[in-house]
Design a binder for this molecule. Structure first.
Ligand code: NDP
Length: 450
């Protein structure tokens, strides 16, 4: 590679996309450095998917220990220690951060623990003042929580802080009706908080199939989570005793111990010097890229949440891999296929989905068939838990091809990963019908849909 520059690739941001791109580029022989101002691993590892999933596991024991009675177990003196769980989760986050750093080191990627800014066409200036040059620059700076502007918003936390609380709040208001709001509502509710979700619209999880959203709403209500719809913050006031007085439109003043904002995430594009080199941004401040993750500036690329294509870790990883293979690998450049991406919401119970919702399929295809199974998982029956799962399969009525699968119920994300392969491969309902069920499972519902 060229000696004209200090590096062949300089990556800004050591999150999922940046780490993958950096180490793959280095494996292809590139001289790579990655700058990270916070912690190696990015949102997913440090304050997102990974620690969140650990809290989801921790939270579920509240129900499991209760249900265990119906299976003959008596559990006396059970208690929950938030600080113990919190610290244990953080210890594992530290371990994972170390592993990410090791992986970069093993691939001879230089990790620079400083903020970096683009200050010239091929020039990057680090917070320490050191200037370096690179043939290619990759921006992988991710996104951060969006906090609406209203008086007292500084008293609210976001998911960033939720992992570090001193105690489980007795009463928590969560603003937003998306992934983070529903996941943390489930977590805090299981830990004993009185949870209220407040959203600006009258729906939760916009974009997911309506029947599943309704089911989650019903189950959440039964579990004791309160919902306020069509409302927005007017103000938050901190009281002398540390509690928060909250006024939302159309609601009386309320008192909470914590208010958490989960109203979407905005791309981190400020202060990176993007304007210096003329990198074009979109309406939401995201970096505009082509199918190969290239910006309008030939040698500057961007992957992951900062491009606001699909804000999911596995997508950022694929974008980072494709970028590195395409620019530094021996083969032909290739683009990431953003179609038919499966996703999950780790609510209580979780939701998983791939392909078109019933509504989308009706609009796009017209002639569709919908197969549905509304069932009570065996474990719930024995436990006396009146919580039903719902699986939906949407097919093209003419060809039988499956265009969407949607599930809510225990372990649905685990089941969905395999089903998503079939949907991505374009299999038909007849292919599912031809597959023998594994009995007794919840997943068998997928091959028994009538
Ligand atoms: P989401 O996009 O999922 O939901 C945002 C919610 O906030 C919606 O209910 C939306 O309302 C509302 N909202 C949006 N803008 C405003 C605003 N200006 N004022 C008030 N309310 C607003 O965002 P999250 O923050 O929950 O998560 C961010 C992203 O992170 C997700 O989109 C997802 O890609 C990713 N993520 C993925 C997870 C997973 O894969 N399991 C887990 C957590 C996050 P409306 O109802 O009108 O749309």
């Amino acid at each position: 590679m060229t000696a004209e520059y200090d590096y062949d690739l300089f990556t800004i941001g050591a999150g999922s996309g940046g780490v993958r791109a950096s180490r793959v580029a280095a494996a292809h022989g590139a001289r790579v450095a990655v700058a990270e101002e916070y912690r190696v691993g990015g949102t997913c590892v440090i304050r997102g998917c990974v620690p969140k999933k650990m809290l989801v596991y921790g939270a579920h024991f509240a129900e499991d220990l209760e249900d265990a009675k119906s299976f003959g177990w008596s559990i006396e003196g059970k208690s929950f220690d938030w600080v113990k769980l919190r610290d244990h989760v953080q210890k594992d986050v530290d371990r994972l951060e170390g592993l990410y750093g090791e992986t970069l080191g093993n691939h001879k990627v230089e990790v620079i623990r400083e903020r970096a800014e683009i200050t010239g066409e091929h020039e990057i200036t680090l917070a320490s003042g050191r200037k370096v040059t690179a043939k290619h620059i990759l921006v992988a700076t991710g996104a951060r929580p969006h906090v609406p502007d209203f008086p007292g918003n500084e008293h609210a936390i976001t998911s960033n802080e939720a992992f570090h609380l001193d105690e489980v709040p007795r009463r928590i208001l969560i603003a937003g009706g998306g992934y983070i709001a529903n996941e943390f509502a489930g977590i805090f509710n299981e830990f004993g908080s009185k949870v209220t979700i407040a959203n600006r619209s009258d729906v939760i999880l916009r974009g997911y199939d309506e029947a599943l959203r309704d089911r989650l709403l019903q189950i959440s209500l039964i579990k004791g989570i309160e919902f306020c719809f069509n409302t927005q913050f007017e103000w938050i006031e901190k009281q002398e005793d540390g509690t928060l007085k909250v006024k939302m439109t159309g609601e009386d003043e309320r008192i909470y111990d914590q208010v958490m904002i989960a109203t979407g995430r905005v791309p981190n594009t400020e202060g990176l010097g993007l304007e210096t080199v003329g990198v074009e941004l979109g309406e939401n401040g995201q970096i505009k890229v082509d199918a190969f993750s290239k910006t309008n500036v030939d040698h500057i690329y961007a992957v992951g949440d900062v491009t606001d294509r699909v804000q999911l870790t596995p997508v950022a990883i694929r974008e980072g891999q494709a970028f590195a293979d395409s620019v530094f690998g021996p083969g032909e450049p290739y683009a990431v296929d953003h179609s038919c991406i499966p996703s999950a919401v780790f609510s209580h119970p979780p939701i998983a989905s791939v392909g078109m919702t019933e509504g989308e399929a009706r609009n796009r295809i017209g002639n569709i068939r919908v197969f549905q199974s509304d069932f009570r998982p065996m474990k719930n029956v024995v436990a006396g838990r009146n919580e039903r799962g719902l699986y939906k399969m949407i097919t093209n009525a003419q060809t039988g091809q499956i265009v969407g699968v949607h599930m809510i119920g225990p372990e649905s994300p685990e089941i969905m990963q395999a089903a998503a392969v079939a949907v991505k491969a374009g299999l038909t309902k007849a292919d599912f019908d031809a597959t023998t069920a594994i009995h007794p499972t919840m997943a068998e519902e997928l091959v028994l849909l009538r």
